[in-house]
Design a protein around this ligand. Structure first.
Ligand code: 4AD
Ligand code: MG
Length: 434
């Protein structure tokens, strides 16, 4: 009996007869010879049919088979350096072929399609090699995130998606009806993380996050995934130390485990190899000076836009921390710098190569009076934040944390220009289909 295998394991079956279940992604051939490119989710292999080796019915169905038909092929695994595919280097000499379903004419051809068309067909586009490669990198990034945190004393404590109040700012909330009361889709689990550190010390939440941002940039989605570690007894310095170790681990894991995928994406991996701690650190003040010297004008107190972030990042060969932003640029909970309350103990991590901010975070306010004042200054409904204020009444500690956006990180590692391709079904300003 031939063994059922998946293409990623094909190298272990050289000379053996195996069965592969998948889809037809490309077909060429003539006369007595048919080449079927078969995709099974884990890789792609070329199946070679010789008329004399298979039944007339099998040969005939191969000849007629439409692209993206599902099929089961059986054959002998042969090593051949020139064999195309992923992992490549092996092909299948077919002994039998069974068609499971004959596909209708497939709308996506190897020719150029518009992004709109591809996005309308996202449910099918996911089968293309580029999309396959990106989402395999994403899965590895997600696993590396969990693995690093689980191994460094962080407990996974997930936070709610339906929430009664804002975390990052009221202008980007998706509102929904909660039995007659307004509720909002979460913008960040941070405030809840600040509660759970009181029970568990070091925690992280990891899940979807929602921002009703009316922005159409390459870096914004309405629904994205964020991992948010939070640590009791940790200051801004400690927060940066954790971030640089964490991000380096994620990038190095992707390089190690996803070389074929990065190759499909034609990613130059040299800049990623350099992602090792320590990362450079500059203050917002220094960044403003650097920008003005470099001709990218900015006034102190303004938040950075994408040209500013790109310019700053270009000055370094690895991700760079920008810390101590003006308090006016940041959320209400940021700890002010003692003696210099116009800046706060916040930090953003900017990725190289124009990818911009991938992490936002910093030290949180730990004093009750300061936080009460901040909530008032930001016109937030005090009642909704009573529980959050409690955390400063019962064993308050200096604490820090951060949020890393999965899609921006994956876009950077893959070297792709738009984050809409880094999530299976993107939610953008103009799109919620499919
Ligand atoms: O800087 P942000 O808004 O920070 C927070 O939400 C903090 N509460 C996190 C924390 O300290 N626990 O978002 C963090 C990261 C950004 O750096 C970015 O990578 C990603 O989340 N992000 C987005 N990604 C895609 N689309 C959007 N609209 C995003 N908004 C933020
Ligand atoms: Mg931010």
């Amino acid at each position: 009996m031939p063994q059922d295998i998946r293409i990623e394991d094909i190298a272990s079956y050289e000379g053996q007869e195996v069965t592969i279940k998948g889809w037809l992604s490309l077909k060429t051939g003539k006369g007595k010879l048919q080449f079927l490119r078969v995709r099974d989710g884990t890789g792609v292999v070329q199946a070679v049919l010789l008329r004399k080796d298979v039944s007339p019915e099998a040969f005939e169905s191969a000849r007629r088979l439409s692209l993206e038909s599902s099929l089961i092929v059986t054959g002998i695994v042969r090593a051949d350096e020139r064999a195309p595919g992923t992992p490549g280097g092996y092909e299948l000499s077919v002994t039998d072929l069974q068609v499971v379903h004959e596909a209708q004419e497939y709308p996506i051809a190897p020719k150029e399609h518009s992004v709109e068309f591809l996005m309308d067909n996202r449910h099918l586009w996911l089968r293309s090699s580029r999309q396959w490669a990106i989402l395999r990198v994403r899965a590895t990034v997600v696993r590396a995130i969990r693995h690093w945190l689980d191994g460094h004393g962080f407990l996974n404590v997930d936070t709610p998606i339906l929430t009664p109040a804002a975390c990052e700012g009221t202008s980007t909330l998706f509102e929904t009806d909660y039995f007659g009361e307004p509720a909002y889709l979460t913008q960040s689990g941070q405030l809840y993380n600040e509660a759970t550190i009181g029970a568990f010390g070091k925690v992280y939440c990891f899940g979807p996050t929602f921002r009703a941002e009316k922005s159409k940039t390459r870096r914004h989605l309405m629904e994205f995934w964020m991992v948010e570690p939070e640590m009791a007894f940790a200051d801004l310095e400690e927060c940066m130390r954790v971030q640089e170790e964490f991000v380096s681990y994620i990038v190095q894991t992707a390089l190690r485990e996803r070389a074929p995928e990065l190759d499909i994406l034609e990613r130059d991996t040299a800049p990623l190899q350099r992602v090792q701690p320590p990362f450079p650190r500059i203050s917002y003040d220094q960044a403003v000076e650097m920008l003005n010297r470099g001709g990218v004008a900015i006034t102190w107190g303004e938040d950075f836009g994408s040209p500013h972030e790109t310019y700053i990042a270009e000055q370094f060969d690895r991700p760079v921390f920008v810390h101590h932003y003006p308090s006016q640029c940041k959320a209400f909970y940021m700890e002010p710098e003692p003696g210099r309350p116009e800046v706060c103990r916040s930090v953003d991590l900017l990725a190289p190569e124009g990818y911009g901010e991938i992490i936002g975070g910093g030290e949180r306010m730990s004093r009750l009076e300061l936080l009460e004042e901040a909530i008032q200054r930001h016109n937030l409904p005090r009642q909704a934040y009573e529980w959050y204020l409690d955390l400063r009444r019962f064993g308050s500690v200096p604490h820090s944390g951060f949020g890393l956006g999965v899609e921006r990180t994956v876009a950077w590692i893959c070297g792709i220009s738009h984050i809409r391709e880094t999530i299976p079904f993107p939610r953008t300003l103009q799109r919620i289909y499919p």
